[in-house]
Design a protein around this ligand. Structure first.
Ligand code: PMP
Length: 287
């Protein structure tokens, strides 16, 4: 059997997985989503991802489409059907289907869609050389902590970065501060201190960011959650990005300017290893 998707209570062939034209996710981006990495068939950091889903839903006053334990069962069922060992699970919840009208409709059920995708680990070349980023203006709304379906500024920034031959866009606000990437959190290392933008409404609280902060803190790494400017990033010793799909990737150039030695730095490499060891522990504990 081919790949399946889950759409509002049904497991359907991926190619035929459809939502209603009046799904508010489709018409208004009125919904939220999550992306959870899967390694060796295990959902990495599943609980914090579900906590963040709950937070996003609560902030937008959207009801859980199914209970949390049922959602966990459906995720496993779909991963098993699709034989997903390594990749990503994507799930989105929209406010539901109703005649188009801006205000919240009464008495509708939220809609749930889940898909899976296989993904290979980053290539040796990427890990050896790191990736390039391109700075782009941060033109998003002021509730970036909600993992909203509304990603238009993010995709425009990623496209601009791609056209500039960069892997990711780093978003820069009106004060010259790097908030985060278009789909990743942004980090720099200066004089042995690891720096990333503080949690709050200005950035998405990345789960990889959260895990890494906890893990690095335990190893005694010097960590500071504060803003940094693009100028500071360009003169940093090291830079890197984090996300559920990339985990931790070294950033070795910004706007064509070399960062530090121009090679993945020792702190970045150490943090990547700490993170991967934690993933391996989760896989072991689940099997
Ligand atoms: N920031 C933004 C804007 C994102 O879209 C993402 C990925 N969803 C991240 C940061 C990283 O978050 P996570 O580590 O949970 O994937």
């Amino acid at each position: 059997m081919g790949r399946l998707a889950y759409v509002n209570g049904r497991y359907v062939p991926h190619a035929q997985a459809m939502v209603h034209v009046e799904d508010r996710g489709y018409q208004f981006a009125d919904g939220v989503y999550e992306v959870v990495p899967v390694i060796d068939g295990v959902l990495v950091d599943e609980e914090p991802h579900l906590d963040r889903l709950g937070y996003s839903l609560q902030e937008l006053r959207i009801a859980w489409p199914v209970t949390r334990p049922v959602l966990k069962l459906i995720l496993r069922e779909l991963m098993t059907s699709n034989g997903l060992k390594r990749g990503l699970v994507y799930f989105q919840v929209s406010r539901g289907v109703a005649p188009r009208d801006h205000k919240f409709p009464a008495g509708i059920k939220s809609a749930l869609v889940i898909t899976t995708k296989r993904m290979n680990p980053p290539s040796e070349a990427v890990l050896r050389h790191g990736v390039a980023v391109s700075s782009q203006p941060d033109i998003r709304w002021t509730r970036r902590d909600i993992k909203s379906l509304s990603l238009l500024p993010n995709i425009l920034a990623k496209q601009a970065a791609t056209e500039a031959k960069a892997f990711e866009a780093w978003l820069v606000d009106g004060d010259g501060v790097v908030t985060e990437g278009s789909s990743t959190n942004a980090w720099i290392v200066k004089d042995g201190t690891v720096i990333t933008y503080p949690k709050g409404h200005d950035i998405l609280g990345g789960i990889t960011r959260l895990s890494l902060l906890e893990l690095a803190d335990k190893t005694g790494t010097k960590l500071v959650e504060r803003s940094f400017t693009l100028k500071e990033a360009i003169s940093a010793d090291e830079a890197f990005l984090t996300s559920s799909s990339a985990f931790i990737l070294p950033v070795t150039s910004i706007d064509g300017q070399q960062i530090g030695s121009g090679k993945p730095g020792p702190v970045t490499q150490q943090l990547r290893q700490i993170y991967l060891d934690n993933v391996a522990r989760q896989v072991q504990a689940a099997s």
